[in-house]
Design a protein around this ligand. Structure first.
Ligand code: DQA
Length: 157
């Protein structure tokens, strides 16, 4: 096992997925759907590319890795973040602090409607900092988040 933290490549938009989302497609399909993360990511990369925007996707099961990738957004030139922090959404002050530190606009995504689920999923350490929160739309939530951000980027040109 490597203890090296991933280096974030130069990009405009970073899409971060947290723990267990690497299992999309087979993980509780009645809750999270049948689309794999690789398929969601490929669609997002090509949609961004069509707008001449470079989008990079990263998934990790480790909280510190998520923090490190967020910290690297400044040097990588990334201006927007789409994040599904998965279970860390409900626990991680460290991820909240990292996003505040880099001060980038971001969309929080959840495939499931967390408000229809257990109470511990109702609290997010990120939502009050987010530009937008998308939940319950399944994989389409990522597409909606990207459309919003591409619209924001066009508006700021
Ligand atoms: C999730 C919801 C979280 O509560 C859960 O821990 C996840 C996925 C979602 O996308 O619906 O892992 O973020």
């Amino acid at each position: 096992m490597s203890d090296e933290l991933a280096t974030l490549e130069t990009c405009d938009i970073l899409v971060l997925n947290g723990p267990n989302l690497n299992l999309l497609g087979t993980r509780e399909p009645s809750v999270y759907g049948i689309e794999t993360l690789a398929s969601i990511e490929a669609r997002m990369v090509s949609k961004a590319q069509a707008s001449q925007v470079k989008l990079v996707c990263c998934q990790t099961n480790f909280e510190g890795e998520l923090v490190s990738l967020i910290q690297q957004m400044r040097t990588a030139g990334a201006k927007f973040l789409i994040i599904n922090a998965a279970a860390y959404t409900h626990t991680s002050i460290a991820i909240r602090d990292a996003i505040s530190a880099v001060d980038v606009p971001f969309v929080e995504v959840h495939l499931s409607n967390v408000y229809k689920r257990e109470r511990f999923r109702h609290h997010s350490y990120l939502s009050d900092k987010a530009d937008a929160v998308v939940c319950g739309l399944g994989a389409m939530g990522y597409d909606v988040a990207l459309d919003y951000i591409l619209g924001q980027m066009k508006g700021s040109l």
